[in-house]
Write a protein that binds this ligand. Structure first.
Ligand SMILES: [Zn+2]
Length: 242
């Protein structure tokens, strides 16, 4: 079972820790140049409009380079998805159902960048590739998959100190953020309880219940000093209460 997380820094990240494709670097630079060009053109257009230049003589704001960039991004995504399937022969895939909400969350003040990176194309390409190869690829709920700790299920935005890093505030589990998310997605493949959730709130409640269960289980392993429990006299060696 392999989970696939979708993002900008890495188009695809698999739960076994591999990355495929990126929008950063060359594509990002091209996108920036294209945006500036379009902005300049729009300014010029307004200026000429004010001077009374007829509409049909105004410069167009749609750019050929922009269209080419979109095509190029798609090609890069297709290549990444293809390679991912080639390198995971015989695997079952779980990938995220990209929701508008999670996209917006991932975007944060970079919506144009988001549109240009064309992430919505990734799930389509995964589904298409899976059908073509006769491989099982299942969409799973992506709610909180980037904020949930894959070890103790604790959910918190602060588990992500930055875009790349996941560091659990409770158990201290640290990993590349995309790898942590793809592990969550992989484990959601056969998760009936989670699939039954109707909305994000229910998903969060379920995950936090699991976190409580994890804590209960851990009380028997790592335990508060017996002195605090008031059951034993002070002892340096006795730490086992279970
Ligand atoms: Zn944790």
């Amino acid at each position: 079972m392999v989970g696939i997380d979708v993002g900008i820094a890495n188009f695809l990240t698999t739960s076994d820790g591999r990355h495929y494709g990126t929008f950063n670097g060359k594509l990002r630079e091209r996108h920036k140049r294209d945006r500036e060009k379009r902005r300049r053109k729009a300014k010029l257009r307004k200026c000429l409009e004010k001077k009374g230049v007829p509409k049909e003589k105004l410069p167009s704001t749609s750019s050929a380079t922009g269209q080419r960039l979109i095509r190029h991004v798609r090609q890069e995504i297709n290549r990444a998805v293809n390679l991912c399937f080639v390198e995971h022969e015989g695997c079952r895939f779980a990938y995220e159902q990209l929701s508008v909400a999670s996209m917006r969350h991932k975007a944060r003040a970079m919506n144009a960048y988001m549109r240009a990176s064309n992430l919505g194309h990734v799930p389509h390409q995964i589904a298409w590739n899976a059908t073509k190869r006769g491989v099982a690829a299942t969409k799973v709920k992506s709610a909180y998959s980037s904020q949930e700790c894959s070890v103790c299920h604790f959910v918190d935005r602060k588990n992500r100190p930055n875009q790349q890093t996941f560091c659990c505030r409770v158990c201290g589990h640290t990993a590349h953020a995309d790898i942590n998310a793809s592990r969550n997605l992989a484990s959601r493949l056969n998760d009936k309880e989670l699939r039954a959730c109707q909305n994000r709130q229910e998903v969060k409640a379920l995950l936090m219940r699991r976190h409580e269960q994890w804590k209960q289980k851990c009380r028997f392993l790592v335990v508060e000093p017996p002195v605090q429990l008031g059951l034993w006299a002070r002892s340096e060696t006795s730490t086992d209460v279970g």
